[in-house]
Design a protein around this ligand. Structure first.
Ligand code: NAD
Length: 295
């Protein structure tokens, strides 16, 4: 069993660290917020005074932080790369900008460490249930070392490519999801105006060429898919604030790489507006209300 440093035990990192403890690993945990750290300590982790303290004795370091600036500050400039044990495996599961991911990859490689960007999808429910999907970027060797451990926290662990490819896969997927959700919502809004029963639209489109995940798994109108957040007043799903974060990362990446993504840009504008109307915490499928003109 490995000794693991877990840095960033928030909504996602907390349950992920607890799954590693459940699997029998020793975990040294650190978070700037004492209340976020508490449940992980209660589950058996040891408390580290700071990130470097957690990392210095660890075989594996996992970080789960809000954004690129936090990841850079934790790894670079007298951070983890300056204290980690020789041969330690470093994994960042935060969703961050590609440039930061590549900068930390390059610095880790220079310092002689295996590093993976390994963002996740599956939300807090997936973190708690150990059913996350990990999208990894890095070397095959680093991936093979990380896989058995990531499988303790997720049900699907994929190597997407080299440095930054995990982040690229995550933001491309979520940009597509945002666009397909808005398209699905627009189809239901038009159906309502035309007097077409939403259930009929669902039955027909879900077995026709309009079929997509936003429709068949996450239907934005209540009824056809009982597990979708639309049946719970758009609570308990994928928060609009997080979708907006991922869309902004996708737009920045598109700008930096010269990709043309007009629908991604439009989706970001629509989600910004939806969030600005006080809906940041609502599930992203709730945007149907704004498109109906209810908000
Ligand atoms: P969160 O805000 O709940 O947790 C982040 C934690 O990092 C906080 O507890 C914060 O105190 C801590 N932190 C910040 N700077 C730190 C530092 N320098 N050292 C130690 N701890 C520090 O966020 P979350 O929901 O757990 O998300 C974490 C990451 O996972 C984000 O990048 C997010 O985009 C991504 N993500 C979240 C979800 C989700 O559904 N919540 C889903 C997929 C991906």
């Amino acid at each position: 069993m490995s000794t693991i440093a877990f840095i960033g035990t928030g909504n996602m990192g907390g349950p992920m660290a607890r799954n590693l403890l459940k699997a029998g690993h020793a975990v040294a945990a650190f978070d700037l917020s004492a209340p976020m750290l508490e449940p992980v300590l209660a589950a058996g982790a040891s408390k580290a005074a700071n990130g470097n303290e957690a990392a210095k004795e660890a075989d594996v370091v996992i970080t789960m932080l809000p954004a690129g600036q936090h990841v850079r500050s934790v790894y670079l400039e007298n951070g983890i790369l300056s204290v980690a044990k020789r041969g330690a495996l470093l994994i960042d599961s935060s969703t961050i900008d590609i440039d930061s991911a590549r900068a930390v990859h390059a610095a880790a490689e220079k310092a002689g460490f295996d590093f993976l960007d390994a963002p996740v999808s599956g939300g807090v429910g997936g973190a708690e249930g150990g059913t996350l999907t990990f999208m990894c970027g890095g070397s095959e060797a680093a991936f093979e070392r990380a896989k058995p451990l990531l499988e303790k926290m997720g049900k699907r662990v994929v190597l997407a490519g080299g440095a930054g490819a995990g982040q690229a896969a995550k933001i491309c997927n979520n940009m597509l999801l945002a666009i397909s959700m808005i398209g699905t919502c627009e189809a239901f809004v038009l159906a309502e105006k035309l007097g077409l029963d939403p259930r009929k639209l669902f039955d027909i489109a879900s077995t026709s060429s309009g079929q997509c995940w936003s429709l068949t798994t996450y239907c934005p109108v209540p009824g056809p898919v009982p597990t979708a957040p639309s049946n719970r007043d758009y609570t308990g799903g994928f928060a609009t604030a997080l979708m907006l974060k991922d869309l902004k990362l996708a737009l920045a990446a598109a700008q930096n790489s010269g990709a043309t993504t007009p629908l991604g840009a439009e989706a970001a504008q629509l989600y910004s507006l939806f969030a600005a109307k006080g809906n940041s915490n609502l599930d992203f499928s709730g945007i149907i209300r704004m498109l109906r003109g209810e908000l």
